[in-house]
Design a protein around this ligand. Structure first.
Ligand SMILES: NC(=O)c1ccc[n+]([C@@H]2O[C@H](COP(=O)([O-])OP(=O)(O)OC[C@H]3O[C@@H](n4cnc5c(N)ncnc54)[C@H](OP(=O)(O)O)[C@@H]3O)[C@@H](O)[C@H]2O)c1
Length: 239
């Protein structure tokens, strides 16, 4: 029976993925700060779901993840979904730093724990959620845009490292477009996909162990044109 850990499973994409894996009959470990939401997920199949209340910005995340893996008696796939993001034209420092703590510090910290675990085990799959917001500079969300670029580069680097070391550790980087979750609640965005559709696409990409997946796929084409757009036009679009 496959054992999946999902960090940031209390809402949005992580919660949707947790439901898919529970329905598939997997052993699923779910972590986030909001315990009541994790308990709701556990209630779907109490014997197969393990919960860990965790704030990924704290150093104890490493021990908490190891505890969760022990309680589940192992892990085959690690999915990091925790993330925050703000439209932050005023560069509110607290929001900028919180974004770095969750999207960069927590991401790196826990992915490294998973990497070492899979090194010892000899095999494993690490999944991270970047974003099309990391494809090109988004002036109105500086730390979010930069953090999503970081997610993409970091996973690419550890994937290369695993290959160089001949380790059987696979990575999948998901680049979602706009998927209707709490993350987008501050604004109306174009081309928004429902969480049901978006979650299904992301689940399929993970199951296929794709290296990189835009979800929905047409965001790959949009990203291509984003990169081709001359800076003076891009600066007018992103306001
Ligand atoms: N929705 C989109 O359109 C979209 C597009 C591109 C990329 N993404 C990425 O997808 C990922 C998931 O976002 P979402 O859209 O599903 O948003 P969401 O519904 O707001 O989910 C965010 C998750 O992150 C967790 N989280 C936040 N701060 C945390 C902390 N300090 N410690 C532990 N967990 C924390 C939340 O759990 P608690 O609050 O319970 O801790 C929640 O489970 C993020 O990385 C986001 O950047 C989303």
């Amino acid at each position: 029976m496959e054992r999946i850990v999902i960090i940031g499973a209390s809402s949005g994409i992580g919660r949707e993925l947790a439901k898919y894996y529970i329905n598939l009959g997997c052993i699923v470990g779910v972590a986030a700060r909001r315990e009541e939401l994790l308990q709701e997920i556990k209630s779907i199949n109490p014997s197969n779901v393990f919960i860990k209340v965790m704030d990924v910005t704290k150093p104890e995340g490493k021990d908490q993840l190891n505890e969760l893996i022990n309680e589940m008696v192992g892990m085959d796939r690690f999915i990091y979904c925790s993330g925050v993001g703000y439209i932050n034209k005023d560069i509110n420092i607290e929001q900028e730093i919180q974004t770095v703590e969750v999207n960069v510090y927590g991401f790196t910290h826990l992915i490294d724990v998973a990497y070492h675990y899979f090194q010892t085990k000899g095999t494993g799959h690490i999944v991270g959620i970047s974003s099309v917001a990391g494809v090109r500079t988004i002036s109105i969300s500086p730390s979010y845009s930069a953090s999503k670029r970081y997610n993409y580069i970091y996973l690419k680097a550890i994937s290369q490292l695993a290959k160089q070391n001949k380790e059987n550790i696979k990575t999948t980087t998901i680049l979602p477009g706009f998927i209707r979750t709490d993350l987008l609640k501050s604004r109306n965005y174009p081309l928004t996909t429902s969480i049901e559709k978006g979650g299904k696409m992301i689940f399929k990409a993970i199951q296929r162990e794709k290296k990189i997946a835009f979800c929905p796929a047409y965001w790959g084409v949009i990203s291509f044109f984003m990169l081709l757009t001359p800076p003076f036009i891009w600066n007018r679009i992103i306001k």
